[in-house]
Design a protein around this ligand. Sequence first.
Ligand code: PHE
Length: 417
Amino acid sequence: KSIALVDIKGKEFVSDDYTNITPKIISYLGKNLHMQKNNPLSIVRQRIVNYFYSSFTQRGAPAFSIYDNLSPIVTTKQNFDDLLIPSNHPSRAKSDCYYINRGNLLRAHMTAHQSELLRSGLDNFLMIGDVYRRDEIDSTHFPVFHQVDGVRSQRKEELFPGQPDLEIFEPNYDKKNPHTFVNSIKDPMKQSCHTLEATKLMETQLKTHLISLTQVLFGESIKYRWVEEYFPFTHPSWELEIFYDNKWMEILGCGIVRNEILVNAGPTNSIAYAFGLGLERLAMALYKIPDIRLMWSTDSGFLTQFQNIDLNESVTYKPVSSYPQCINDMSFWLPENLTIDTFVSNDFYDLVRDIGGDIIEQVRLKDKFVHPKTKKHSLCYSIVYRHLERTLTQAEVNEVHKVIEKAVVDTFGVAMR
Ligand code: PHE
């Protein structure tokens, strides 16, 4: 019996029933757009790093360490278990992540590195890199995007300097035997191990720091609001939204790190906050970049607009020109074993992007339909094709569309209508 292997950048993995990573996705590994000179993602990264370097110093040196070169191949333990994400949590679904096999995947968030860095003894650090998620296809979604995650930890003397009577932990939490404490998150205000004073002070610092960062990026007058959120790895948790382009847009998630995570990684006597922000969202808003695929452009008409600019200069992207769309529909009958509810649309989107590549601008579900007599299920998708740098002819689009149709038939066993 032969074992199927997946080769990822020269490293071999044994594939299994979870393997869903594709050659197209593997080709994005190592591109490191966040480190590419002139790429808007890299400019935003530098501005964020500068904010943390200049705002937090310890004995004259920057307090934050920066990790921007960690491998995106992680274990399910790193991406989920270490962060207390339950085994039945929807974010683990095969339909949402790029799995190499049951034990390994491309990280779905930079938080995947939090525990190992805490374990190595760090207390203040940023993790910056590419993350991978299966999602819909439109101008704001791409299977690869970039995040900056951060952790800031403090011990009693740092959080409450000169106030020895103030405590981080409730009296019944035993720092010597932290595993014996059952840490509850039932109280919406705080974790049961923490005092209210410590939690509130950390919450204030967290919000103050992230708002000043947002104001450094977008200017003092940026409109923002905090929204309560839930993350398995923080409590309490929030999202920050900014008012941009006439709507509220989420730019980051954050919260107070669950004490179990710190304890499992080592520190039993500190409290930490953590946050994760998306670089594409920030860059698109800051520079008015209309399509996320532009981040991957190697076209000089795009990159030269960000060349040698002063980091804090305000730049508005000028579309080189906008080329027309071609919209082709695809309708098909599902095979007996699938229904309009069990068909995994992310499987379809991945296949379309694998074959169509970067000329796929959008895929929209146009219609679902159950035939009243035959009870057969049918789906219709509109595929919007647009090249960012030239006009596509209808003839060449039809050709690509035909190849996609054939692959859809072969892969899902559907019948084109
Ligand atoms: N990992 C979260 C996400 O990708 C963001 C986050 C990071 C939230 C750290 C809280 C703390 O959405």
